[in-house]
Design a protein around this ligand. Structure first.
Ligand SMILES: Cc1cc2nc3c(=O)[nH]c(=O)nc-3n(C[C@H](O)[C@H](O)[C@H](O)COP(=O)(O)OP(=O)(O)OC[C@H]3O[C@@H](n4cnc5c(N)ncnc54)[C@H](O)[C@@H]3O)c2cc1C
Length: 483
């Protein structure tokens, strides 16, 4: 293992400028870095992937609409014109709050980055509520790897069904279960239904993909709880119309390669035979939350989120800012992109004020721009400033908002083209699924514990079990979607 200080550490005695280290290149980290572009500081963005990921469209990568490149531009490319920013690939494994250093590692090379100001925006991973063994059979939806693996599993299930001769096996292969009826689950189930019923319907000879069974299940009594009962009910009805079976009040108690066991609200257990399972049911904040909690005394909740002060810093550490999905703000903010974006910008502004000797900012105030989720092509639900939209108009709003936030002109153009292929036509431009995508994770997990835990949000001091979780929470804890 090689250990070296960050080469020509920004803010080092050579430049004299304050060193801002940002952990994470997601919404919080990237928007903080961009907001510092004109500041007299040296910025280092450390990310464990080399890309910025637009998570809200992961389900479109999983179902063959978009390519991974369209939603995951290289962070280095996004920041290439920002002269005061440097991008470093590596997983942050330690933060020494006394020495003010961050340690990152990649392939045995460890680098120590000194900081004057630190922004931690490491987000959240999937939570299986203490049942991490489910991860092998039901990938979550948190990374490009997850989406590509799911793409391989979904398209692969149809391929295997075409070859199967036993009717029970055909049924198992053509049953798709999405666990969690929050926005991610609804979008995923809707797209699998469109794939089966529109895109693939003429592609096979032995099977009829239109007979595929798509089940969306959740422990809560309604679909899309954060949208309220009215929009939730509309979404449920529309899902039924496009061929998704919605099963509510249903808790998953076991899950394996062949299917899953579900406990209904009347206490009855039943078995669903299904080859493809998707987990869209919970999140666990980055283990860096716990690490910082131990180091600073800040409280860490069961989902691993660290309590921040109203100005997003940690108690006794005005130089440490925690933003996005990892932070538990006194206003109990949802885990959505806008909270991370606004938090990242706020932290950047606080840093700028400090380095220019201006007084502190007033507490962080989140501006809720609304929630939205698509159900199928031409149909969505949106709740914007207490105005409820549904159907085509909500879908157009969704389309415009998502296009606006996709990074880079090139990606916007190709995304529009791919949407035309899929939404106006029946096609899917990205149907490639390689064996590596389907089996790669299992191979990587053999490399050791480290990989397995990072897939499920890292080690948990307080593992959540289904019993710990209010049944109503067995939906996408990511919560609401923000316009
Ligand atoms: C499938 C899905 C769909 C979603 N849809 C919507 C939506 O429609 N609307 C909406 O508003 N929100 C949506 N969300 C939620 C939204 O994406 C998150 O709230 C947002 O990404 C949080 O931003 P963040 O910066 O906190 O974390 P992230 O965007 O997750 O970024 C975390 C970053 O930290 C990096 N990282 C993690 N650990 C380390 C480490 N140890 N060292 C270095 N780097 C590290 C990661 O690689 C990543 O770059 C969705 C989430 C998912 C998973």
């Amino acid at each position: 293992m090689t250990t070296s200080p960050a080469p020509t550490a920004p803010g080092s005695p050579s430049t004299g400028r304050p060193r801002v280290v940002i952990v994470g290149s997601g919404f919080g980290g990237l928007f903080a870095a961009k907001a510092l572009r004109n500041a007299d500081v040296d910025v280092t963005v450390i990310g464990k992937t080399s890309h910025h990921l637009f998570q809200p469209l992961l389900y479109q990568v999983a179902t063959g609409i978009l390519s991974e490149g369209e939603i995951a531009p290289a962070t280095r490319e996004v920041l290439r014109h920002q002269k005061n920013a440097r991008v470093v690939l590596g997983e942050v494994v330690d933060i020494d709050v006394d020495a003010r250093t961050v340690t990152s590692t990649i392939l045995g090379r460890t680098t120590v980055h000194p900081y004057d100001e630190l922004v931690v925006a490491a987000g959240a991973g999937q939570s299986y509520f203490g049942n991490d063994r489910f991860a092998e059979f039901a990938p979550g939806m948190k990374s490009v790897d997850d989406a590509l693996e799911l793409r391989g599993r979904i398209f692969g299930a149809f391929e295997l069904a075409e070859l199967a001769t036993d009717p029970a096996e055909v049924d198992r292969l053509m049953t798709f279960v999405v666990v969690g009826a929050g926005p991610t689950g609804v979008e995923m189930a809707g797209q699998i239904a469109e794939l089966a019923h529109r895109t693939l319907r003429r592609d096979f000879r032995n099977i009829d993909p239109q007979r595929a069974r798509i089940i969306l299940l959740d422990g809560a009594p309604q679909v899309l709880p954060p949208f309220g009962p009215k929009l939730g009910e509309k979404a449920r009805r529309h899902l039924n119309e496009i061929g998704v079976e919605v099963q509510l009040g249903a808790l998953v108690t076991d899950l394996d390669a062949d299917g899953l066991t579900v406990k209904d609200s009347d206490g009855q257990l039943r078995r669903i035979s299904a080859a493809t399972k998707v987990w869209a049911a919970g999140v666990q904040a980055s283990p860096l939350g716990r690490l910082l909690g131990d180091a600073t005394g800040a409280e860490v909740d069961r989902a691993g989120r660290i309590s921040v002060q109203p100005d997003l810093t940690l108690p006794g550490h005005p130089e440490i800012h925690v933003v996005g999905d990892m932070a538990n703000h006194p206003d109990k903010l949802p885990g959505v992109a806008q909270v991370a974006i606004q938090g990242g910008r706020y932290a950047a502004d606080a840093i700028k004020r400090r380095v220019t000797g201006r007084g502190p900012k007033p507490p962080f105030k989140y501006h809720d721009k609304g929630n939205m989720a698509t159900i199928s092509r031409f149909s969505a639900v949106a709740d914007i400033k207490n105005m409820k939209f549904e159907g085509f108009i909500a879908w157009v709003i969704w389309l415009v908002v998502h296009l606006f936030y996709i990074i880079g002109f090139k990606s916007r153009v190709t995304t529009v083209l791919h949407w035309m292929v899929s939404f106006l036509g029946r096609g899917r431009s990205q149907r490639v699924a390689t064996q590596q995508q389907v089996y790669g994770r299992l191979a990587l997990e053999k490399l050791g514990e480290g990989f397995a835990t990072s897939k499920t949000g890292g080690p948990k001091d307080h593992p959540q079990t289904p019993d710990d979780v209010n049944p109503e929470q067995q939906h996408d804890l990511v919560g609401r979607r923000t316009a």
